[in-house]
Ligand binder design. Structure first.
Ligand SMILES: *Cc1c(COP(=O)(O)O)cnc(C)c1O
Length: 434
């Protein structure tokens, strides 16, 4: 199958090109040029995540050398589970989709590992080292570093907003050494994202360094995320005969796109409700149809601090106009205060210990009218393990959160990273120097 740019529907590139480019040359984002026939899904049922991923994604790999390796890629990326756990108590059907059982305890491990597994299998004639540039609001960087660390042929360069991520996240970004390098940008996540985009457009850098991106602007991150929305919805339909509806903590809108693509593929998904934090660019767009990106505001759900969500372009290429988008997706903005009270009340009332991002989604769900809850089984996408945000969560639930075993690796890691300014010059010089 071919992919085109959100800004040029006539363009055609194969998947391997889209994966290596990261962003389309015209500054747009790659999207599928066509959708596989929904009949292909008839009879699909629950299956192991890696097998389901290989089956669902096969049409996107059609005609590629990489197609033969898709089962191996999926097995490598999906080597940890995404359990769907029913929430006890309450009359309605609600489950939590736990997406945080990977090496860095956030859903981004799925996409980062899938992308790394693909890129490692694409033969590159020039054999030059590929530079993976990543802007991170906290969780992406760790996941990408973990996925590429020690892989020959790759160098990872991480940019994060200095002083705006948790202590544990900082350790996760800075503990690697080897082929991973981190820079703290004196600015916001949007500044980091802009620097990466500028680096891609910069003539001098383009000429000197093969570069790709592992942000959710890279389609190789988003495609695998379809698989867990598929798995959860197929499991629910098989068990209860109803569709799933998802409530998703959202920032850069990558998960939103993956879930919308899952529904586009014909999976049994009814509603998609996005929970943003105080960064309300997308919820505001849905209400009045005007796209007004703005500087990011720092919140306690920091991985969603995005004022100019990159994947909006993909949503608008799927749902051509504002009216259509409004009927297909809903979004709300949740304040820090509501997130805090959601963390404590979900613990008291449902026994759930949630990270701040997932707590925003829980709040959005609780605000739904009963009529919206009746016809489907709602699923809360739990995007990170609460131990990643221990400083925020522990006082609110008044108990110690036991971290996953993988965390031992970060605890003792040194906290060193160089800080850089928001302008391309400093970043360019560092990229070229190494
Ligand atoms: C990245 C992230 C989000 C936001 O996901 P998007 O795909 O950028 O919308 C939400 N929660 C956590 C924990 C994250 O790391």
């Amino acid at each position: 199958m071919n992919f085109c740019s959100t800004r040029d529907p006539q363009m055609r590139v194969p998947l391997s090109r889209a994966l290596q480019d990261g962003m389309a040359p015209d500054g747009g984002l790659y999207v599928p040029a066509a959708w596989p026939a929904q009949e292909a899904l008839a009879g699909a049922g629950p299956a192991a995540l890696d097998l389901l991923a290989a089956r669902l994604l096969a049409p996107f790999f059609d005609g590629e050398a990489l197609a033969a390796q898709l089962p191996a890629v999926a097995a490598e990326a999906f080597n940890f589970p995404a359990p769907l756990t029913p929430v006890a108590g309450g009359a309605e059907r609600l489950s939590v989709l736990e997406l945080y059982h990977g090496p860095t305890a956030a859903f981004k491990d799925f996409g980062a590992r899938f992308l790394a597994a693909c890129l490692a299998r694409i033969a590159r004639p020039d054999r030059a080292e590929l530079n993976i540039l990543v802007a991170t609001s906290g969780d992406t960087g760790g996941a990408v570093a973990a996925a590429f660390h020690g892989r020959p042929g790759f160098r990872v360069v991480l940019l994060y907003p200095a002083g705006r991520i948790s202590a544990l996240q900082l350790r996760q970004l800075c503990c690697w050494g080897g082929n991973v390098r981190s820079y703290g940008v004196r600015g916001s996540f949007d500044d980091c994202q802009r620097l990466v985009k500028e680096a891609f457009r910069d003539r001098q850098l383009r000429g000197a360094l093969p570069m790709s991106s592992a942000n959710s602007i890279n389609i190789g991150r988003l495609l695998p995320q379809i698989a867990y929305f598929a798995s959860a919805s197929l499991g629910i339909r098989a068990a209860e005969g109803v569709n799933a509806s998802f409530v998703i903590p959202s920032g850069n809108l990558g998960q939103a796109v993956a879930c919308a693509w899952a529904r586009q593929l014909g999976l049994p998904i009814s509603e998609i409700l996005l929970a943003h934090n105080a960064n309300r660019t997308f919820p505001d767009f849905l209400s009045d149809g005007r796209w007004r990106p703005r500087p990011a505001i720092a919140t306690i759900a920091s991985a969603m601090d995005v004022g100019d969500p990159g994947n909006f372009e993909r949503l608008s290429s799927l749902y051509r106009d504002h009216e259509t988008m409004r009927t297909r997706i809903r979004a709300v903005s949740v304040s820090d205060e509501a997130i805090r009270s959601s963390i404590s009340s979900e613990y008291r009332q449902a026994g759930l210990v949630l990270c701040p991002h997932t707590a925003a989604a829980a709040h959005a769900y609780r605000m739904l009218p009963d009529s919206a809850k009746r016809d489907s089984h709602w699923v809360l996408a739990a995007t990170a393990h609460p131990a990643k945000f221990q400083e925020t969560v522990e006082p609110l639930v008044d108990k110690t959160i036991i971290p996953p075993a993988a965390f031992a690796r970060w605890r003792g890691a040194p906290l060193e990273a160089e800080e850089i300014g928001c302008d391309l010059d400093g970043f360019r010089a560092r990229l070229l120097a190494a």
